[in-house]
Each structure stands twice: as structure tokens, then as C-alpha cells.
Design a protein around this ligand. Structure first.
Ligand SMILES: [Zn+2]
Length: 156
């Protein structure tokens, strides 16, 4: 996921956004995370605030506002959808720029199929009865202790 997408930028070139927003240098993860199409999918399909979740930090799943397993799953599905559509369009000679919103939304559904928890998250995004399961807090103390032990081992 991190810097492994076959974008033009990864190969030190430039290419247009394959979601069709018109950005001539948008074939780049840094663009796809906040592309207008991504923002619309966040807002209209996944019930994610694009101001928070259509960002590089959210796309890399490290944004501190990601507080529930459902939001984390929704972001994973968003990545899957954008990844599938941009890769599919990259393979075609004409880039076939159609309605990217519908294409990404359909790809998200396809990505959730066969995985009951992902499908449940996706179908209940707009339900008032949706129960969000909070992510456990990050235990920095434990991580720090592990780092200190590792450094102690290395210094021996
Ligand atoms: Zn774009």
C-alpha cells in the first residue's frame, strides 16, 4: 500500500488523474487520497467527513481521528476501490474516463463481498443503529519499553 501503487509518480514521471478529475499530474497517491472523486465517495457513499478522511494521513490509516473499527474498515474499502479503478484504467489505452464515482462505489461493494464484517460495515454506514466499536488506545508505553529492550540487546 505505502508507495507500492503503480502510479506515474512512483516511476518518476507524470500522468493524469485516472479518476478523471482533470488534474494533469494526478496519477499519484498524494493526489488520489484527496482527489475530488475520493472526497465524493467519502461523503456520499462511506459517510466519512472528507475534510478529515480524504487526506494522506487517513489514506495511510494513521490519522488520529480514525477511532472505530468501522471507520478503519471503510477507509480500507475506499483504498481498495480507488486502487482497483485506477489500475483498471491504467491498463486501458484510452483510459476510459467515465463516471469514476459510480465505478469506485461499485468496486467498494465488490471488495466487501464475501467478507461479512466488511459488508456489514458497508451496508450499515447510514444506519442510525450503527454501533461503532472503538479502536483500542495505542499503548505508547509498551512500544517504548520494547524499543528500549531492543536497544539494550543491540548494545551488548
Ligand atoms: Zn483526481
Amino acid at each position: 500500500m505505502w508507495n507500492r501503487w503503480c502510479t506515474a509518480r512512483r516511476f518518476q514521471t507524470r500522468g493524469p488523474c485516472l479518476l478523471g478529475c482533470g488534474n494533469s499530474e494526478g496519477d499519484d497517491i498524494a493526489h488520489y487520497c484527496c482527489c475530488p472523486v475520493t472526497r465524493e465517495v467519502c461523503k456520499r457513499r462511506l459517510r466519512l467527513d472528507p475534510e478529515v478522511y480524504a487526506t494522506l494521513h487517513a489514506f495511510l490509516l494513521v490519522h488520529p481521528s480514525i477511532g472505530s473499527k468501522e471507520d478503519l474498515a471503510a477507509l480500507g474499502l475506499l483504498q481498495y476501490g480507488i486502487y482497483c479503478i485506477t489500475n483498471g484504467r491504467r491498463k486501458r489505452a484510452d483510459n476510459c474516463i467515465g463516471d469514476a464515482f459510480d465505478a469506485v462505489a461499485q468496486s467498494i461493494v465488490e471488495g466487501a463481498k464475501g467478507h461479512s464484517k466488511a459488508m456489514n460495515t458497508l451496508t450499515n454506514r447510514w444506519s442510525r443503529r450503527m454501533q461503532f466499536i472503538e479502536l483500542p488506545p495505542i499503548r505508547l508505553v509498551q512500544w517504548h519499553d520494547s524499543l528500549c529492550r531492543l536497544q539494550a540487546l543491540r548494545s551488548r
